[in-house]
Ligand binder design. Structure first.
Ligand SMILES: Cc1cc2nc3c(=O)[nH]c(=O)nc-3n(C[C@H](O)[C@H](O)[C@H](O)COP(=O)(O)O)c2cc1C
Length: 191
């Protein structure tokens, strides 16, 4: 079966925290992402890589502080906080994904976001081809302007969340994921 069908999301906590993913491999995956289609060749993807324990701990602390600053006290959820803090500390590589949008440019914002989504899919498919697990995560704390600012990005950037990468932990089966019958999603025009 093709990699398009066998790729499955592997949650950060199901990745092996001890097994390193080399910088060369991360760059090879990002190179594949970089060849995604892009209207006007704007190449709007911006990747910020957190691949050391210190960088990932700083990311986890940053996300927590953004969660606390942007979530009313009554709505704060300790389970969500704990997940937000644990995932970046556990997975060996976390990539924050942003789309650069040119103010007043000829390419509409949605197309730039779509192009970056294509890049993210290339990244995850390439990871899968190399035997790595991947997981695209979009908690509000990782998709807001506050996070863009925390990363040092200006207001022309839209945050698309985090892509986690890591080797699936021993004994972790590839999760099943079901799809509705394809025919329910396709219309053929015959005349
Ligand atoms: C844009 C996007 C955002 C996602 N955000 C989340 C998320 O925040 N939390 C989550 O559990 N899964 C998230 N996912 C992963 C989906 O849950 C997953 O792709 C879906 O369950 C299908 O499983 P599969 O990837 O194994 O086929 C996201 C996927 C995409 C494409």
């Amino acid at each position: 079966m093709s990699i398009y069908r066998t790729r499955r999301s592997i949650k950060p906590l199901a990745m092996d925290p001890q097994r390193e993913v080399s910088r060369e491999l991360v760059m090879a995956l990002l190179e594949d992402a970089h060849w995604a289609p892009t209207h006007g060749l704007t190449q709007p993807w911006r990747f910020q890589v957190f691949a050391t324990p210190a960088a990932r701990a700083r990311l986890a602390d940053g996300l927590l502080s953004i969660y606390d600053a942007t979530t009313p006290a009554a709505k704060r959820d300790e389970q969500k906080r704990a997940k937000l803090a644990a995932a970046p500390r556990h997975a060996p590589v976390v990539i924050a994904v942003a789309a650069r949008v040119e103010p007043g440019g000829k390419i509409p914002e949605w197309e730039e976001v779509a192009a970056v989504s294509c890049a993210a899919q290339n990244l995850m498919l390439s990871a899968h081809e190399h035997g790595l697990g991947s997981y695209w995560s979009t908690p509000p704390a990782a998709c807001c302007v506050e996070f863009a600012r925390w990363l040092g990005l200006d207001e022309t950037h839209r945050m698309l969340g985090l892509v986690y990468l890591g080797w699936p932990a021993d004994g972790q089966p590839t999760p099943q994921s079901v799809r509705a019958p394809l025919a329910e999603r396709v219309t053929w025009h015959e005349a």
